[in-house]
Design a protein around this ligand. Structure first.
Ligand code: HEC
Ligand code: HEC
Length: 290
């Protein structure tokens, strides 16, 4: 009892106890992290596919955002496929002819780098080789509403699960000139580029690495997705027009105000200098004449 008190009371002893406890805590954290599911075994290829790839690809179910991957290992070199799955961004940036052709065919949508490990990629290759089909996830969405979708995009309406509003990182035609983040691409014509199925699929099972962290455990509801879809469908067609008409009024009003201000400020002087000049021309030297 006495000894324990002594140890605790001495400065060194206390630091030691605190250090020891922190160590135990840290070990706990590391254990948790390493115990988190990490896709290691090659049998897990399908699991990885169903988490990371299904929002953009099917196997034997047709094009979604990217190509149907049925038979991809028969039509392409295995090493090429391995490289493309591991680092599509670098392959696309290297002007690889196959990747370039695909990029054009798939509406200029680059496959994002999903940060897969070598083991993940091998598991995926094994899975794609197996020829198992994976159909696109079909969702029956409720009817969407443009105004609700706009409010969700801008953060006027809070997402049910608390996800960040899209405008933090994206702009669309309607808002681009007035703000909207630019960490992510402009989404004005995202409906046209992704198509309905692709867009729903990509938002529902978020397919973009930067967004995945932010929306982890904060899935959008079907109603929210439907409203966003209604919003994107409209801005795709009207984005620029809406933008110009809304901006027209704002810029017009601001411009008119500024013009009046400038006129009020400069006109008297302008008149003065003009009259000065006229007087000079007429040979009158005094500025003021009675
Ligand atoms: C955000 C959508 C998206 C996600 C997620 C995605 N891809 Fe892709 N993928 C594409 C697009 C689009 C292409 C076509 C090339 C391009 O435009 O970059 C493509 C091309 C490919 C190709 C080449 C196909 C061919 O015909 O040569 C392979 C292989 C591939 N993806 C595998 C995967 C795998 C495996 C995953 C999951 C780990 C995945 N992709 C996740 C969009 C995606
Ligand atoms: C934290 C920032 C962030 C937020 C918030 C965010 N996004 Fe994204 N989004 C990105 C980034 C960055 C990309 C580009 C791909 C990548 O790097 O992951 C992207 C890509 C996209 C794409 C593909 C666009 C293309 O042209 O390839 C769509 C669609 C999309 N986001 C929709 C949304 C929607 C809908 C919301 C709101 C519900 C949203 N995003 C919220 C950062 C964000």
């Amino acid at each position: 009892m006495k000894i324990r008190h002594k140890i605790w009371n001495s400065f060194c002893g206390r630091s030691f106890v605190i250090l020891f406890l922190s160590g135990v805590l840290l070990m706990g954290v590391f254990y948790q992290v390493s115990a988190a599911p990490s896709f290691q075994s090659s049998d897990d290829g399908q699991d990885i596919f169903e988490v990371m790839c299904v929002s953009c690809h099917s196997v034997g179910g047709g094009v979604i955002v990217g190509p149907d991957l049925k038979g991809v290992l028969e039509r392409r070199d295995r090493n090429w496929v391995r490289g493309f799955i591991s680092m599509p961004d670098q392959i696309l940036a290297s002007d690889d002819p196959i990747a370039m052709d695909m990029l054009i065919e798939f509406n200029n949508i680059p496959m994002p780098n999903l940060g897969l490990t070598e083991t993940d990629v091998e598991a995926l290759l094994a899975f794609l080789e197996g020829g198992e089909s994976v159909a696109p996830v079909v969702v029956d969405l409720p009817a969407g509403d443009f105004d609700q979708g706009e409010a969700i995009f801008t953060g006027g309406k809070v997402l049910t699960e608390g996800g960040t509003p899209c405008i933090a990182c994206h702009s669309v035609g309607t808002f681009s000139a007035l703000g909207g983040g630019n960490l992510g691409p402009d989404l004005t014509h995202v409906y046209d580029r992704f198509g309905k199925v692709g867009l729903v699929s990509a938002i529902q099972n978020i397919a973009f690495p930067t967004m995945q962290g932010v929306y982890e455990g904060k899935d959008l509801t079907d109603q929210e997705i439907a409203d966003l879809l209604a919003f994107f469908t409209t801005v795709d067609v009207e984005g620029v027009e809406k933008n110009t008409s809304a901006l027209f009024w704002i810029v017009g009003l601001l411009g008119a105000g500024a013009l009046f201000g400038i006129m009020a400020y400069y006109w008297p002087r302008q008149r003065e200098t003009l009259s000065d000049r006229l007087r000079k021309d007429a040979g009158i030297t005094s500025r003021r004449h009675s």
